[in-house]
Structure formats: structure tokens, C-alpha cells
Design a protein around this ligand. Sequence first.
Ligand SMILES: Cc1ncc(COP(=O)(O)O)c(C=O)c1O
Length: 406
Amino acid sequence: MHHQIQWTSVCSKTDHFASVEAFSAETARRTRQFHRSFPQYRETSLKPLSGLAWHWKVGGIFVKDESERFGLNAFKVLGGSYAIGRYLADLCGLPLESLQYSQIISKEVKNKIGEITFVTATDGNHGRGVAWTAAQLGQKSVVYMPKGSSLTRLDHIRELGSAAEILDCSYDDCVRRAAMQAKQNEWILVQDTSFPGYEEIPNWIMQGYTTMALEADEQMERIGERPTHIFLQAGVGSMAAAVVAYFVSKYGKEIQFFVVEPKTADCMFRSAQEPDGKAHCITQQMNTIMAGLACGEPNPAAWKILKSYSSTFFSCPDWVSANGMRILAAPVKGDEPIISGESAAVGIGLLEELMQNRQWGTFRKKIGLNEHSKILFFSTEGNTDPQRYQDIVWHGAFHRPNNFTK
Ligand SMILES: Cc1ncc(COP(=O)(O)O)c(C=O)c1O
């Protein structure tokens, strides 16, 4: 079981589907309009891997390359920056419809709001986005990282002037610490997961991610394509839920969504297995190379969306992600290479197993993966830990177990 990929669909029965209204194309366009006002904004590229699609006998494979986002090597800044923008807009009475980067960094706004400290917990990418936004605004940030975090990721955050530190506890405990410090010091908590009494900012963060979904949707449209299957990796589930909600609000139930997690932090997978329909937490140690996905407590708001609309939840050992990284780095002739990090490539690694391993034949049919499928992935980070990236891609670390049957 340890080395095996497991799957489940949602076991609870419900006829209540979560609302996706807050993630509509209209919201996404407003969010993107805000992101577009940043001088660093560029649409990240959508890379069609036609050679790989031919090789695996599917209709199309498309990878959105978020390593290009704002020079920060990951998509996460979309959430933190939008939430901070919204928070300041509310504080200063700025109209949301025309919210601009130039307004929130202006002297008038700074004079009005004075000194603010933004605090958050992170495995790296979210904290870097918050620290970056705070630095752009001339404000302070404090970032807590869980035990075992990469020192390179810590350095990247500190380089932005943030008071970042690695604590001797899990990601979920770092979230509690950040919340407590925010309360004690009157700092502003910018967390990418919600808990009772703290819902507004996480919701804005999720709305921030819709820029990525909207771009991908429009990029596919431009080449005359529409996804039939979307694979989304999950930590607390905010990114996956935002993307699912965007596409459901636009296309209804046309698309199948697959949620993918690391085996040691598969809180969505386990929640899906329970008949009570509730989000369930993991308290065990969450050792995994997929640092961005090492979260044991689902965002309750995200879970409601994911359980309503996801077709299948997968729990994957680390070798699946490592394989995905290698496949994207050394593609089929004619396809463009993609530098995809540990928390970004697990979906591609999983698709290889689903398409190439005979054991998955029946399952493949069940979910309709065939020559007509147009499959979309979000490569949500590049090599945010370059040493580990090399260990995996150059030196073959975390390979598939030798006795694995095909
Ligand atoms: C690169 C990357 N991908 C995906 C995720 C998952 O996002 P979420 O925690 O919203 O599920 C993260 C979270 O930090 C991440 O860093």
C-alpha cells in the first residue's frame, strides 16, 4: 500500500452542491484586471504537449507553466496579492471594480493605513507571495515555516525583507501560531486556509487564483480546445477548489476534476472516503517531497467545493511526483521542456501510471480517458528547491519501486 496509488470517489451522499458564484468568470476577470495592473504581470504560458499526448494515446495534454509567475517561480502570489489588495481597498474605501496596483502602493494609501504587518504560515510559496506583496507596499511581513522546510525557500522569503523563521512544528501548527501572533500583535493574518471566524481573506485568496484558471481557459479557447479532464494537486485544497469552481461556474458539469495529494498528507482523499461528508484532518507526520501539499487540515470552504464537483481523489507516493518532474523535464521530441517542482508535477506522474499501467485499464475506461480526452494540468511551481530538483531530475532520486507491476 505504501508504494501504491490509491483512489476513491466521494462516499457520502449529498444533493447539496456548493455555490461557485464567488468564482465566476466575471469575478475572475476583475481579479485578473487587478493582477494585470502589476508591472510584473505577464500571462504564464500554456504548453501543449502534443508528442506526449500521442505517446499516451490521449487527445491532448496542456500544461499551464506557473514557474513564470511574477518572477517568483510559483502561482501562489496571485492569492496573497489579491487578498492584500482587497483588504486595503476595504480599509481605504477604494472601488473594487477599478482596483489598481498603483493605488495600493501610492503615498496616499500608505499615509492612510500607516504601518501594517502581514503574517502568514507557509511551506514556501504562499509566504514568498505575501512577503513580496508586503515589500512592494513598503510594509512588514512575518512568515512561519514548518519543521523540515527548505533553507533555500526560507532565504528567498528573507531576501524580500520578511522576518521569516522555521518553527519546530507542522504546517497546520504554524497556521495556529500565525493566527495567535496576529491576534496578540494586531497584525493582519493573510492565510490561504479558513477556520471558524476567519473566512473572508482565505476566500479572497481563492478568488486570486481564478486569474490562473481564466488565463488557462482563454488560452485553450484561443487554440480551439476545451478541457475534458483537469488534474489538480491539493494541500489545503484552496487552489484546486478555486479552479474547479471557476470551470464549473462556466461549463457546468462538462469537465471531470481529479484531486491529487501526497500519500502522507491525503486529507481530502481520506475525507472523501468517510460517509459523513465532513472534512477530516491528519495528525501524523507528513514527510513528503511535495512540501507545498504537506497539509493535514483541509480548508473547509475548499472541501465543500471539491466534494461537490470532483470525480476522483488520488493518494500518491512521492515517486509519482518525481516521475512527473522527470517526464516534464525530458519531454517527447517536439514538446517543450517544463521545469516543474515537487508540488507541481504529481498529476503528470499520475497520468503516466493511468495510461501506461495495465492495472488501470478498467479505471481508465470508467473515467473516459481515451483518444478524445483533452487533459489540463497546472504546473504550479518551478524548481523552488533547486538542490532537490537536481537530485530528482538529474540523479533519479525517488524512483518508482523496482518490483512495481506494469
Ligand atoms: C506549488 C504548489 N502547488 C500547489 C499547492 C496547493 O495549494 P493549496 O494549499 O491551496 O491546496 C501549493 C501550496 O502551497 C503549492 O505551493
